[in-house]
Design a protein around this ligand. Sequence first.
Ligand SMILES: C[S@@+](CC[C@H](N)C(=O)[O-])C[C@H]1O[C@@H](n2cnc3c(N)ncnc32)[C@H](O)[C@@H]1O
Length: 231
Amino acid sequence: MRKVTTALLALAFVLAGCTDRKADSKSAHLKPEENAAPTANQAAPNSIELQQPADNNVAPARTPDVVFVPTPQEVVDKMLEIAQVKKDDLLYDLGCGDGRIVVTAAGRYGCRAVGYDIDPRRIKESLLNVKENNVGHLVRIEQKDIFTLDLSEASVITLYLLPRLNVRLIPQLEKLKPGSRIVSHDFNMKGVKPDKVVRVTSGDNEESHRIYFWTTPLKRTTEKPAPGEED
Ligand SMILES: C[S@@+](CC[C@H](N)C(=O)[O-])C[C@H]1O[C@@H](n2cnc3c(N)ncnc32)[C@H](O)[C@@H]1O
């Protein structure tokens, strides 16, 4: 049933010609096949030390690996709760979209957070979001390809990518410090056993979402995912 709903939502998304614009978070889901090309910091005790890049208004380094579909706010809230985000965490959102995860994490938990996205339009939206929510002393936004990042400083990683992109990130995720937490909206990471999978609904039509949670060191497995928890 969930797969049918997801497929219908994705179809509606494509028919509406929305592949390259901010999707309505109540009516769009990302699905694995949907990989077509869309095509200031103040000093503070808990602040990010590096400066915000001066000019983010540049062309994408390359085509994004997945289109922008925002995580509904209820799911963002649950992801951060499951990751047990604390003030002393450093959270990275890999493919930050409009910045909602990093803004929520900093605003609610007072932690530092960095949002990375390859698409300059998303960078602009994120910077605006950071500004409007007055979290610029905690949040940094950077236009970068997530597959080039050193993740070793982060203690929490959030993902809403695709199953194959999660798998591609494994070598980088393995460099996280022990006890780091990773949460992924809707998609698993084949070959790595999650500590738990939580179901959550969002919106008036109670759309179903899954949140996968892993801690480091990652638990490599050859087991198949449990029924209903496949890609
Ligand atoms: C499905 S959206 C998720 C947005 C946000 N994390 C959320 O959950 O609301 C995926 C984002 O990843 C970005 N992206 C795709 N490939 C990327 C790459 N190689 N490096 C950085 N960002 C990428 C897209 O531009 C898009 O904004």
